[in-house]
Write a protein of this length. Structure first.
Length: 274
C-alpha cells in the first residue's frame, strides 16, 4: 500500500496502509463443535489435561528437603533453559534496537523491531518520526522517505479524522494507542548485502477514552521488509503490506476504556530477537 492511501478507517499501519475493523460474528464460532463432541472425546480431552497437569507438577516439584550432592554451578546449568537464536542486540539508537547480526536471524530481528517502531504512536509526532525514519531506513532512502511521511502524518485533515491534535497527540482524557505486536517472521530471500523478511503481526489502533469516537481495534497484517546491509547493520529500503492471516475472533467482552488506557500506560513493549 502506498503512503497516499485513504485513512478514513479507524487506523493504519505506519501511515501507509488501511485498517479494516472486523466485527465479531453474532454466534460463538466454537460453540457448534463443542456441542457435537461425543462423551468419548470429552473423556479423552479430560485425560490429556490431567496428564498435562501431572507432568507440570512433576517437573516443578522440589527434592523433598534433601540437598543435592551437586555444586551450585551444576544446579544452574541443569535448570537453565537453553537459549535459541542470536543473542539480542545490546545497542540502541533513539530507543530503537540497532546493531544486528549479519545473518538471516539478524535480519529477522531487525525487521521485527523496525516494524514496531514504524507502527508506533511516535510516528505521529514530527520530531520522533524523523528520529525513527533516520534510524530504521538506509540513509539514502530516509532522505526521500521523510518528505513523504511528513506529508501524510502532518496533514491536519488526516489527524482530525483520527481524533488527534495537529501534533499527533490524543485529546485530553484520552489515550492514543498504536502498537504492533509481532507473531512471527520468515525470510523470503537473503544474501550478504540484502534480505527480504515477512513480518506477521497484530495491530492495536485507536483512541481509548469515554468520549472516543475511534475506539481501539485489532487488525492483522503481514508486512514484507526489504533490508540492506549498511555500515555494519540492517536497514530498511522498502516494504509491502497485505491483510492477514486473520484468526477467528473469540467472543471475549471488550475491556472498558479505563482498563485499556491503564494497560497501555503500564505494559511496556519488548526488544525482539529471532
Amino acid at each position: 500500500m502506498s503512503l497516499g492511501d485513504d485513512h478514513e478507517s479507524s487506523g493504519g499501519y505506519g501511515g501507509t496502509g488501511q485498517t479494516r475493523t472486523r466485527l465479531p460474528d453474532s454466534g460463538d464460532a466454537f460453540a457448534d463443535p463443542r456441542r457435537r463432541s461425543s462423551s468419548r472425546s470429552l473423556v479423552t480431552v479430560v485425560g490429556v489435561v490431567v496428564l498435562l497437569i501431572a507432568a507440570i507438577a512433576f517437573a516443578n516439584r522440589g527434592d523433598g528437603g534433601a540437598e543435592s550432592s551437586g555444586s551450585d554451578s551444576d544446579k544452574a546449568e541443569s535448570s537453565a533453559t537453553a537459549p535459541t537464536g542470536q543473542r539480542p542486540v545490546k545497542s540502541k539508537t533513539d530507543d530503537i534496537a540497532t546493531g544486528y547480526a549479519h545473518t538471516e536471524q539478524g535480519a529477522q530481528s531487525a525487521a521485527t523491531n523496525y516494524g514496531i517502531a514504524l507502527g508506533s504512536a511516535d510516528m505521529y509526532n514530527l520530531e520522533k518520526r524523523h528520529a525513527i525514519v533516520n534510524t530504521v531506513y538506509a540513509p539514502d532512502v530516509a532522505a526521500t522517505q521523510l518528505p513523504e511521511f511528513d506529508q501524510v502524518y502532518s496533514k491536519e485533515s488526516f489527524l482530525e479524522k483520527l481524533g488527534l491534535t495537529k501534533d499527533g497527540a490524543a485529546p485530553s482524557g484520552q489515550t492514543f494507542v498504536s502498537r504492533v505486536v509481532p507473531v512471527g517472521t520468515k525470510v523470503t530471500s537473503y544474501n550478504d548485502t540484502t534480505a527480504s523478511v515477512a513480518l506477521w503481526y497484530t495491530s492495536l489502533f485507536g483512541l481509548s477514552g469515554e468520549t472516543s469516537k475511534n475506539p481501539v481495534t485489532e487488525s492483522w497484517y503481514t508486512t514484507t521488509y526489504q533490508l540492506k546491509w549498511v555500515d555494519g547493520d540492517w536497514k530498511v529500503t522498502g516494504f509491502t503490506q497485505k491483510d492477514g492471516p486473520v484468526p477467528v475472533g473469540r467472543d471475549q467482552r471488550a475491556s472498558t476504556a479505563e482498563d485499556m488506557s491503564k494497560a497501555v500506560e503500564e505494559y511496556g513493549g519488548f526488544t525482539y530477537a529471532r
